[in-house]
Design a protein. Structure first.
Lengths: 211, 120
């Protein structure tokens, strides 16, 4: 009964819709959407932890000619890492623009973030193609399988992130985001930054540390 | 009628509590865009140092691995704390994220120990 009354009270207050703080009327006083996103990201740590641990375990299981030291192109991967790192900056600029209710700059930074993310994915496709042409297929060795699975899963996450970014831009342009627009952008931002921190781990543990 | 009064009082009290929690959740300063740019540049420099270190494996010897891992952790926690705003956000968010992270580190470290990864 009390819960119902609280719910009704928060929705009857016209000021709430204007400021988009509906989601804060929760038992914790925090946004359930944001809490859900952090729980999701915590669970994603377990997914990527498993994939990284598997790669670390099998990185030495390869033939003499097709190991990490033979196929890695560190300058190219470094450039990709830089692109993803800069996309985190543009994402955070989109979030601050959304908090200022500046739709124009929010869309601009979100679009740039999506472009940088697409560039990163394109680089990964190029890298995979190059490795494949050099003879490193998915089933060539345990090293190859664990490497493609780890970086492939990350690439899929980046691709999903790009789709989320473009969808957010579209929804902002068509004014289809109900409630707190800044929070929606922030949630997409949290996912995007998570993809970035996973790459920070992969870049060092997979590419820079010799097998 | 009394129900309405009770609801209003409860609602006001609840809103005040929410505002207090929300205030707590957003305590700490909000960074300006320029600060974020500086942080991104710092992270880019750290990445460049990491890449440079990877070409000096033989020269650095036993220092190489700890140095690389320290730089990686600095980058990781900088993005989590500042770009993801976790440092200034409510502790419950930190708890949810770090619980998953710590669980992953512990579980997979044990798994790697089991497979004698660290003996090699």
């Amino acid at each position: 009964m009390a819960d119902v009354a609280i719910h009704e009270t928060s929705h009857d207050d016209p000021g709430h819709d204007d400021h988009g703080h509906d989601d804060h009327a929760t038992s914790t006083g925090l946004s359930n959407n944001k809490l859900g996103m952090w729980i999701f990201l915590g669970s994603e740590c377990l997914l990527f932890g498993g994939l990284i641990a598997t790669y670390m375990l099998y990185r030495g299981r390869h033939s003499e000619n097709l190991g990490p030291d033979q196929v890695w192109d560190i300058p190219f991967t470094s450039a990709s890492s830089f692109v993803l790192l800069m996309s985190s900056l543009t994402m955070v600029l989109a979030v601050t623009a959304a908090q200022r209710k500046d739709d124009r700059n929010t869309n601009l930074w979100l679009t740039i973030t999506a472009l940088l993310g697409s560039l990163f994915v394109a680089g990964q496709v190029y890298e995979f193609t190059t490795f494949y042409r050099e003879g490193l297929g998915f089933t060539t060795s345990l090293f190859a399988s664990s490497f493609y699975t780890l970086t492939g899963f990350h690439g899929v996450h980046v691709t999903v992130g790009v789709i989320m970014l473009l969808a957010t831009v579209g929804m902002i342009m068509k004014r289809r985001i109900p409630g707190d627009k800044a929070e929606v952008v922030e949630l997409v931002g949290l996912y995007w930054h998570f993809v970035d921190i996973v790459w920070i781990l992969i870049f060092t543990l997979v590419y820079l540390i010799p097998a | 009628m009394s129900d309405t009064t009770e609801t209003t009082e409860l609602g006001e009290g609840y809103d005040q509590r929410n505002q207090a929690v929300e205030h707590g959740a957003h305590q700490g300063e909000h960074w300006s865009d320029l600060k974020f740019v500086y942080l991104a540049l710092a992270l880019a420099v750290i990445t460049a140092i990491e890449v440079a270190l990877s070409y000096m494996v033989d020269d650095l010897g036993p220092v190489f691995l700890p140095a690389l891992l320290i730089l990686m952790f600095i980058k990781f926690f900088s993005v989590v704390s500042y770009f993801m705003h976790l440092k200034f956000d409510h502790r419950l968010f930190s708890l949810m994220f770090y619980m998953g992270l710590i669980l992953a580190v512990v579980v997979y470290s044990i798994a790697l120990f089991t497979f004698k990864f660290f003996d090699a």
